[in-house]
Design a protein around this ligand. Structure first.
Ligand code: ATP
Ligand code: MG
Length: 154
């Protein structure tokens, strides 16, 4: 990892803009950063990739329009990033597997959404290399919220 001070506000804003223009879906985004600048000590390229991966999933596994809410939350030693969608959700019996390489929630012939099942495995690896954690709260048909917790000075 190549860690240096990274402004999470502009990083998230850049990822949101890129995600918005990479899809033909209509995307409604709620992101109200609590700070003008929020510096943490991380590997910028990898953190950008993981935010993009979570946004990509939020869009892929939602209908049209897409509703995404992103929150940055400052803690004493950690920052939290919440990425919430109102998409198809993940059934409880599949949640334990979604970080495994090549795992995709099985949907038989209806699996029209393309992917390799690698995004979340990568996200989890990068988060853990930073000494952080990833959790998801999801409800089938109700949407998913991924929560990253990352040390500010890892
Ligand atoms: P890739 O990211 O490699 O293009 P992928 O999106 O299928 O492919 P992951 O990002 O690792 O792979 O996600 C694994 C599986 O978890 C997905 O195939 C999907 O079934 C489920 N999943 C991930 N994110 C969401 C989400 N936001 N809503 C619903 N299901 C999701
Ligand atoms: Mg993915």
């Amino acid at each position: 990892l190549e860690k240096r001070p990274v402004d999470m506000v502009s990083l998230v804003q850049n990822c949101l803009e890129t995600a918005r223009i990479s899809t033909i879906k209509e995307v409604f985004i709620t992101f109200e950063p609590p700070f003008d600048v929020y510096l943490i000590h991380v590997d910028e390229a990898h953190i950008k990739n993981i935010v993009s991966n979570l946004l990509d999933n939020a869009i892929k596994y939602s209908g049209d329009p897409v509703y995404i809410t992103v929150q940055l939350i400052d803690g004493p030693s950690h920052m939290q990033l919440h990425v919430a969608d109102r998409g198809k959700g993940i059934a409880p019996e599949h949640i334990g597997y979604i970080y495994n390489m090549f795992y995709r929630v099985p949907e038989g012939n209806l699996h029209e959404v393309k992917g390799f099942g690698l995004g979340l495995a990568y996200v989890k690896q990068v988060v853990e290399q930073h000494g952080g954690t990833i959790h998801v709260k999801s409800e089938l048909k109700g949407g998913s919220t991924f929560v990253l917790t990352i040390p500010k000075n890892g």
